[in-house]
Design a binder for this molecule. Structure first.
Ligand SMILES: Nc1ncnc2c1ncn2[C@@H]1O[C@H](COP(=O)(O)OP(=O)(O)OP(=O)(O)O)[C@@H](O)[C@H]1O
Ligand SMILES: O=P(O)(O)OC[C@H]1O[C@H](OP(=O)(O)OP(=O)(O)O)[C@H](O)[C@@H]1O
Ligand SMILES: [Mg+2]
Length: 287
């Protein structure tokens, strides 16, 4: 009997497409490429990719057309509250924010009372307005929401903000951040027993890739009398590796450092006497 494959939905084109395929590739899963194709099979993993519109994916998951998907977390808040997050993926980070024309004197959320808000995310906005006990009029538009205030269609907008340059170009300012989002691996409310082991295998690989993306492998040399001080500064997976150098009285120390704390630790290491510091990317980290 042929092994059951899991079907994963990836955005057909747009913000999530490239990084979604990249994370699968980094998991060692090679997919025959073809953006014009609707689906593609992995050569070395029981997985089939279906290229779909982001906005359609929640319904495909519920209908069982696909078993998993990569979408923006903001989409779940908008139309996928019943779906479950299997893993947060760390890319496509953005906010869903309320913005108003730059020259608007906006003091608080109360200023929205009776105003017109343009958005592509009506459920998210309605939930926000209810929470804040505000009545406002929604204008649902599917794209280029940021031009709505300039053409007189709305007093405010709610849309995705990342660098802020779209707001800037349209003379708008962000006044309230409603939620934060990043790409997530999602599943329907119930994962079928038959595919659960494959989902777990994929999740394990993704976690190894994400941990590696967050970490650097650091090698350095130090005189033996400085080793204790240096080790105090190093987190490491368990504890750092210390190896003798050919030169008497010196050692090489190897460890793993989280990229967020990286420069801070390197500066401290130099101060206590580390030399010849090498920093290397890590491909996978299996814990
Ligand atoms: N500027 C951005 N920076 C970072 N992430 C973003 C940005 N814009 C959108 N995203 C994230 O990527 C997801 C997909 O956005 P994109 O604009 O590519 O597709 P869409 O128009 O929502 O969907 P569809 O595939 O249905 O056309 C969003 O839900 C959001 O999570
Ligand atoms: O803060 P920024 O970095 O400017 O990003 C925000 C913009 O990015 C998204 O649009 P996208 O470029 O995906 O185009 P779309 O409207 O066609 O989806 C989003 O809808 C905003 O318009
Ligand atoms: Mg968009």
């Amino acid at each position: 009997m042929e092994e059951r494959k899991i079907k994963i939905a990836i955005q057909k084109s747009g913000r999530l497409n490239e990084d979604s395929l990249k994370i699968l590739k980094d998991c060692g899963i090679s997919i025959e490429n073809g953006i014009d194709q609707l689906k593609a099979s992995a050569r070395n993993f029981p997985l089939e990719v279906m290229y779909l519109r982001n906005g359609d994916i929640p319904q495909y998951l519920r209908d069982g057309v696909v078993d998993l998907a990569i979408v923006g977390e903001n989409l779940l808040i908008e139309k996928g509250k019943d779906l479950q997050i299997v893993e947060k993926l760390g890319f496509s980070k953005c906010k869903v924010s309320l913005a108003v024309p730059k020259n608007t004197d906006f003091k608080s959320v109360k200023d929205l009372e009776g105003k017109r808000i343009a958005t592509s995310y009506p459920n998210t906005v309605n939930e926000f307005l209810q929470r804040e006990r505000i009545n406002a009029e929604l204008h649902i538009i599917n794209g280029s929401v940021e031009i709505a205030p300039n053409i007189g269609l709305a007093d405010a907008i709610v849309d995705i903000v990342s660098s802020g340059s779209t707001l800037f170009k349209n003379n708008l300012k962000e006044v309230i951040s409603i939620l934060n989002s990043e790409a997530v691996l999602v599943a329907p409310p119930q994962i079928e027993d038959e595919i659960r082991p494959i989902v777990e295998r994929l999740k394990f690989r993704i976690q190894s890739v994400l941990k590696a993306r967050d970490s650097k492998y650091v090698l350095l040399n130090a005189p033996n009398e400085k080793i204790d001080k240096i080790i105090e500064l190093l987190p490491g997976m368990r504890s750092p590796t210390v190896l003798p150098l050919a030169e008497e009285g010196w050692s090489s120390i190897h460890t793993v450092i989280n990229k967020d704390r990286f420069w801070e630790i390197i500066d401290e290491l130099k101060v206590v006497g580390a030399e010849g510091i090498l920093v290397c990317p890590i491909e996978k980290m299996v814990m």
